[in-house]
Design a protein around this ligand. Structure first.
Ligand SMILES: [Zn+2]
Ligand SMILES: [Zn+2]
Length: 185
């Protein structure tokens, strides 16, 4: 029986399009609808004080810390999707960041748009990249670390071609681990 408390809550963070949020929620539910449900929460502003004006990027660690503190008590996972460019201090950029074995994750669509790489707009490709990034970060919240299988969604994406090479699903090992963690949480 479905446990009603296992709600993955996805929310728009800043100006991101609502259709992206709806599509990401539908994608996740299609993968794990027996184990969890997806709920869309209201739009939230990007926390103040997280913009690094010198880098013209947002400090994702700070954003994540903010949402870990104000995560609704009744939700199982809390995922914010934004379109601003995010980074962590040691890296030039990140596509997303998650609390390993925790509740919260942040995903950015900024570097997922083909246009960012001067390629023609491609909605299918853009959405595939979003699905992969959201699932990857959700995997981290379940305690999964990077996988060595370049086709597995838990493979580390350093560049966009890493994301394009992998599939929007877990390899057998990661899948088993993921659902084992999800079940026990
Ligand atoms: Zn990762
Ligand atoms: Zn894997």
């Amino acid at each position: 029986m479905r446990n009603q408390s296992k709600d993955i809550v996805i929310f728009p963070l800043g100006q991101v399009e609502q259709t992206i949020i709806t599509a990401a929620a539908a994608f996740l539910e299609s993968l794990g609808g027996f184990y969890f449900t997806c709920r869309i929460a209201s739009r939230r502003p990007i926390p103040i004080g997280t913009l690094n004006t010198r880098r013209r990027q947002y400090d994702c660690k700070r954003i994540l810390k903010h949402f870990i503190k104000c995560c609704p008590g009744d939700c199982f996972r809390f995922i914010g999707i934004t379109d601003v460019d995010i980074y962590v201090p040691v890296l030039r950029y990140v596509y997303g960041l998650a609390q390993l074995g925790g509740t919260c994750a942040i995903v950015s669509t900024h570097r997922l748009r083909p246009e960012f790489y001067s390629a023609p707009a491609d909605k299918w490709l853009f959405y595939q990249r979003i699905y992969k990034t959201v699932l990857h970060e959700l995997g981290h919240t379940a305690g999964l670390v990077h996988c060595l299988d370049s086709k597995c969604v838990m493979f580390s994406s350093t560049r966009i071609k890493d994301t394009d090479k992998k599939e929007p699903r877990f390899c057998d090992t990661c899948r088993e681990l993921f659902f084992w963690h999800i079940n026990k949480d």
